[in-house]
Unconditional design. Structure first.
Length: 367
């Protein structure tokens, strides 16, 4: 692994517009693979609830681009039924994100959304919960996906996924009522909103064994999970900003918040957001260096695959129809990791000091 002092010595200006790129300073992971029968089953499950693909796409993994993310965070030894359950849950989450929480009319439907969140969290957290006959597809699909995971994973593992989903749903509702948050408020909310705790729990499900509570809940481990989560959230904001505005979404975004709070131009706000992302990456390197030497295999697996999760998210921005509607703007998934033009050659900063936000500055106490 690259040592922290050697990272980011050559600063580069933030890229603009469609040329936006991010630097990944760790070794690029091997190409992932999810069994085709699993992706086909997830696709069939998705379609059974009425969620078809936008249209047949070139360079598209059967089932969903989420199969690529699952491939990045799993191994050939990960059980197929675990992969199936996680694939179904992630498909559900994408529908919730697009059609409920980030829908252009979400702010005018807060009562309905709050009612829905209450229903879905009960189903999510209640083993054996019986669905009413009139349960909608979003409720029924959540019930099914969680039952799949309960059949394959430990109660603690499932509870961690549920806790992460509760944070995501709660923050989604919070966001609807949050008028012009400041930078610190927004970043604290984004940690939950992006779903990183859920993804971390899913990564651990794919590993060799459950992570004990004392290791999972250790401050340095939680700092690494949160920092990785926020880094992915900032990347998502930068890539999604124009898409969100074009679709009429009113949800806050770090780019818009930086523009409003500091009077920055669009390009200046993008540059500032990229620097925030890169300072988070520098912290991730330091937290990894602290945790890796004493980590047992299950925790070591989580630490390594959190890095792969960053790569997977960056890759999806280059190839997923949700970010690049035009086929001629997308790349084949298997080509992104090995194409230098998709990645910045270095970080934009070598500043390892804590970011000036009270809600996250404690992370630097643990590296």
């Amino acid at each position: 692994m690259s040592s922290t002092p050697e990272v980011g010595q050559t600063a580069i200006p933030a890229q603009r517009g469609s040329a936006l790129r991010f630097h990944y300073p760790l070794p690029m992971p091997e190409l992932p693979h999810v069994p085709t029968d699993v992706t086909a089953e997830v696709q069939a499950w998705k379609e059974s609830y009425g969620w078809a693909e936008l249209s047949p796409q070139p360079h598209h993994i059967p089932g969903t681009v989420m199969a690529w993310c699952l491939g990045r965070v799993s191994t050939p030894e990960t059980g197929k039924q675990v992969l199936r359950g996680l694939g179904c849950l992630n498909e559900w989450a994408l529908v919730i994100d697009d059609d409920v929480l980030d829908h252009p009319e979400a702010s005018s439907r807060t009562s309905d959304i709050i009612r829905f969140v209450g229903q879905v969290t009960h189903v999510m957290e209640s083993p054996g919960c019986r669905l009413p006959k009139n349960a909608g597809p979003l409720i029924a699909a959540m019930h099914d996906a969680m039952e799949q995971l309960r059949a394959e994973c430990t109660p603690t593992q499932v509870a961690r996924v549920s806790a992460g989903l509760r944070r995501t749903l709660t923050s989604g509702v919070h966001k609807l009522h949050l008028d012009e948050p400041n930078e610190d408020e927004y970043l604290a909310l984004r940690i939950h909103d992006i779903g990183g705790y859920t993804y971390a729990a899913q990564i651990a499900m794919c590993g060799p064994a459950p992570i004990p509570d004392e290791e999972w809940n250790a401050p340095a481990v939680q700092a690494l999970i949160e920092c990785t989560t926020l880094l992915v959230g900032v990347e998502n904001d930068v890539f999604s900003y124009r898409k969100e505005k074009a679709e009429g979404q009113t949800s806050p975004n770090i780019v818009g918040i930086l523009q409003a709070a500091r009077g920055l131009s669009f390009d200046q706000a993008i540059a500032e957001a990229v620097e925030v992302r890169d300072r988070l990456m520098l912290l991730i390197l330091r937290l990894r260096e602290r945790l890796m030497p004493s980590a047992e295999p299950p925790l070591r697996y989580l630490i390594e695959r959190l890095g792969h999760f960053i790569v997977a998210n960056t890759e999806t921005y280059w190839c997923a129809p949700r970010y690049r509607r035009s086929a001629d703007q997308r790349m084949a998934l298997e080509d992104v990791a090995k194409t230098p033009s998709c990645w910045a050659p270095s970080l934009s900063t070598n500043d390892t000091s804590p970011l000036p936000y009270p809600s996250i500055s404690w992370w630097w106490d643990h590296c």
